[in-house]
Design a protein around this ligand. Structure first.
Ligand SMILES: [Zn+2]
Length: 361
């Protein structure tokens, strides 16, 4: 058995989860990791169960969207029609993620980091180079005073913005699609009804079941490439879903069970069913930190969520805010300056260890 680890906060949840689930299968989306694909004529779509000539397989189908990072992980079981439906859901997913892709510097298909503009337009983030250092600049509009807040005494800093509109069920379907892509071929038939639900109109059973657990790690604990791990329950008769999945992107970890295995339903496992969500799981001991942010989110709604507030938090050392200098990048002039957080319109974030190159004036 592969040893697995989690954060101290989550160790009880992991022990409980492991008492029901085992046999992890991992999948990683990285550049250069390529999988063997069947010829188009031999393919069957996992989601609609169609083959040629009923459908086509002309487009490259990515298991994990390149919006979460450039990668070569393709599959041979997603037809063009289903692919098109999933692409539509992915815009909901990206809006739900919010500013993360830009803050983390995720490079997409064209090797570019996306610029971000919040739902109400008061926060903007983009890559920038200032004084020879590459980083991300987060700016607020002059009247959006509450959007960037720095507490001088504690150093606690928040960026507050409204997300762009998204549909929760579409976000859930994107996550389910990734999980079902990890499923071994021999188990696909066991999930036939729910696989059809992914590209069809909302099914009330799926809406009710749609819950995920979201763990938010500190930004500096981000994973470099997105990956997922699928677990199978130990006892086929246990009253919990047959498979459970966990997905990692940047500093976000999402965990959820796979709904409606036919085998589970036949075995009566859905009577008084209990869902066990895996906590963040690592194959090496993770760096420990104080607290893991966790929410259990209902994702079954079809109603567009508009203006959802998101807060990004990080900390300065309060000592660093004393003895500050102001610096004019145009004239190169610098002078002592009393720091007033209300003056701050932009924050420039660089990787730790990088230095801005100041002129000598
Ligand atoms: Zn299809």
């Amino acid at each position: 058995m592969t040893p697995i680890f989690t954060f101290p906060d989550c160790s009880e949840q992991l022990a409980l989860f492991q008492s029901f689930y085992d046999n992890p299968v991992a999948m990683i989306a990285e550049e250069g990791i390529v999988n063997q694909l069947k010829a188009q004529a031999e393919r069957t779509c996992r989601y609609c169960n169609k083959s040629e000539p009923e459908t086509t397989f002309k487009k490259e189908a990515h298991i994990i969207s390149q919006m979460l990072g450039k990668n070569d992980l393709l599959c041979d079981f997603e037809c063009d029609a289903c692919n098109q439906i999933f692409s539509k859901y992915e815009s909901s997913f990206v809006n739900w993620l919010g500013i993360t892709r830009t803050l983390i510097g995720t490079r997409g298909r064209r090797n570019k980091v996306p610029e971000y503009l919040s739902g109400t337009g008061n926060i903007q983030a983009k890559l920038n180079t200032i004084m020879e250092a590459d980083g991300v600049i987060v700016s607020r509009t002059p009247d959006a005073h509450e959007a960037i807040n720095i507490d001088v005494d504690s150093g606690k800093t928040t960026i507050q913005y409204a997300k762009r509109a998204y549909i929760p069920l579409e976000v859930y379907k994107v996550l389910l699609k990734i999980a079902f892509a990890v499923l071994p071929t021999e188990d696909v038939a066991d999930y036939a009804p729910v696989l059809r639900m992914l590209t069809a109109e909302a099914h009330p059973d799926l809406c009710r079941f749609a819950h995920i657990m979201r763990f938010q790690l500190p930004l500096d604990q981000s994973v470099t490439s997105p990956y997922g791990i699928l677990f199978t329950k130990r006892d086929p008769l246990a009253h919990c879903p047959r498979h459970s999945f966990i997905f990692y992107y940047a500093n976000q970890v999402y965990s959820f069970p796979l709904p409606f295995s036919i085998q589970d339903i036949r075995n009566g496992c859905y009577t008084n069913i209990k869902c066990y969500f895996p906590p963040p799981i690592f194959f090496d001991q993770p760096l420990s930190f104080n607290h893991v942010n966790v929410d259990r989110l209902p994702m079954g709604s079809l109603e567009k969520v508009k203006g959802e507030r998101e807060i990004i938090t990080f900390e300065f050392k309060p000592k660093d805010l004393e003895n500050l200098m102001s610096f004019d990048p145009v004239t190169g002039e610098s002078k002592p300056h009393t720091f007033d957080p209300k003056d701050i319109l932009s924050i420039f974030m660089v990787r730790s260890g990088r230095k801005l190159k100041l002129s000598k004036k």
